[in-house]
Design a protein around this ligand. Structure first.
Ligand code: ATP
Length: 312
C-alpha cells in the first residue's frame, strides 16, 4: 500500500517503547506530520525524543501502538521506506581518516539514485572543506556533513536529530534556511532539538515530550496560547503593593512581590494591562521598568519541565 498525497506522511498512534530493562521510555504518544511540514519534537534530557525518532526510522519495533511513514510500517517494511527517507543521527560515526569528499562518495555509493556529492556539500556550505579529513572538522562542520549525507538520496522525509548542536549562530541560521527551503520544495521534516528558539522559529507544529508522554502540542502559537502572560514593574518609593487595585479584579491569576518589584501573571493581558495603567495614570504613579510579555515557548517548556520537580 502506498500513501495518498493528502494522508499524513508520519502517523504515530499510542506509540510505546520499552527497553530490555523494562524501562518504558515512550509511553503511548500520538501525533501526525503532514507532507511538507516541519515538525519539532522538544523535551528535557531523557524525555524520549531519540527513542521515538528511532522507531520512526524503523531501527526498532515498538512495544505497543502503531507508526506509519509514507503509509508503511518503517520497521517491518524497511525496504519500502528507507530509500525515501534521509536520516541525520546525533553521532554520524564516519571513518575519521577519510576526507569530506571521500566520505560523501562512500555514502553516495550506499544510496540508490544519489544526488551528486558536490551538490550536497554545496548545500551545507562544505565545498571548501571537501579535501579536509573528517577528524579535522569542527563539531559544527561534522553536523553539516551529517546533514549533507542525509540529503544525498533527495529524501521525501528527513529525520534530523538535534541538527544544529555545536553550530555557531550563523551556522544555525544557515541550517534553518536550508531546512525551510527543503520544506518549501515539498520535503517533510521531523527534527528534535534542545533549542526552543529553533522550534519557535522553524517548526510549523511541535510536540513537547515529558517523561515519555506528550505534554503539549500544536503550532508554536497554540502551545503558548493557554500559558499566562507576565507583567513586571517596580513601584516608586512612597507606594506599596497594598496601594495597587484588587489584583483579581484586573484578571491577575498569580502574583509575586519582592520588595517593590511586582510580577503579575495573567491570562487576559490586555485587560490586566489596561486596568493597571488606568490605575497608575489616575494615581499619578510611574511604574518603573514596566515589562509586559505574552508567554514564550521557553516559559511553556520550563513550566512543563518544572512539573517533574514539583511532582517528585
Ligand atoms: N538502550 C537503552 N536502554 C535502557 N534505557 C534507555 C536506552 N536508551 C535510552 N534509554 C532511556 O530512555 C529514556 C529516553 O531516552 P532518549 O535518549 O530517548 O531521550 P531524549 O529525549 O532523546 O534525551 P536527550 O535530549 O538527552 O538526547 C532515558 O531515560 C534513557 O536513559
Amino acid at each position: 500500500m502506498d500513501s495518498n498525497p493528502h494522508d499524513p506522511v508520519i502517523e504515530v498512534t499510542g506509540l510505546r517503547r520499552v527497553y530490555g530493562s523494562g524501562f518504558e521510555a515512550v509511553r503511548g504518544i500520538t501525533f501526525s506530520v503532514a507532507r511538507a511540514e516541519i515538525f519539532a519534537l522538544l523535551g528535557t534530557n531523557g524525555a524520549g525524543k531519540t527513542s521515538t525518532v528511532e522507531l520512526l526510522e524503523g531501527l526498532a519495533a515498538p512495544a505497543g501502538g502503531r507508526v506509519r511513514v509514507l503509509g508503511h510500517d518503517p520497521h517491518a517494511e524497511r525496504a519500502a521506506v528507507r530509500p525515501r527517507t534521509g536520516v541525520m543521527l546525533q553521532e554520524g560515526g564516519f571513518p575519521s581518516d577519510l576526507t569530506v569528499a571521500e566520505t560523501a562518495r562512500m555514502w553516495a555509493g550506499c544510496v540508490s539514485g544519489a544526488r551528486p556529492e558536490a551538490e550536497a556539500l554545496d548545500r551545507v556550505g562544505l565545498t571548501r572543506r571537501s579535501g579536509v579529513r573528517v577528524k579535522q572538522l569542527s563539531g559544527g562542520e561534522r553536523r553539516r556533513l551529517d546533514l549533507a549525507l542525509a540529503l544525498l538520496g533527495d529524501p521525501e522525509v528527513l529525520f534530523l536529530d538535534e541538527p544544529t548542536t555545536g553550530l555557531d549562530a550563523e551556522g544555525r541560521r544557515d541550517t534553518w534556511e536550508l531546512v525551510r527551503s527543503l520544506r518549501d520544495a515539498g520535503t517533510t521534516v521531523l527534527l528534535t532539538t534542545h533549542y526552543l528558539e529553533e522550534a519557535e522559529d522553524l517548526a510549523d507544529r511541535l510536540a513537547i515530550l515529558h517523561e515519555g508522554r506528550i505534554a503539549a502540542s500544536g503550532t508554536p502559537v497554540e502551545v503558548t496560547a493557554d500559558r499566562p502572560a507576565g507583567i513586571t514593574f517596580r513601584l516608586p518609593s512612597g507606594y506599596f503593593p497594598g496601594d495597587l487595585p484588587p489584583l483579581a479584579q484586573l484578571g491577575v491569576c498569580a502574583h509575586e512581590i519582592t520588595g517593590r518589584t511586582v510580577h503579575l501573571s495573567t491570562r487576559e493581558l490586555q485587560r490586566t494591562a489596561t486596568g493597571l495603567l488606568t490605575w497608575a495614570e489616575r494615581a499619578g504613579v510611574e511604574l518603573h521598568g514596566l515589562d509586559m510579555r505574552s508567554a514564550s515557548l521557553e516559559e511553556a517548556f520550563l513550566q512543563i519541565a518544572g512539573e517533574r520537580e514539583v511532582a517528585a
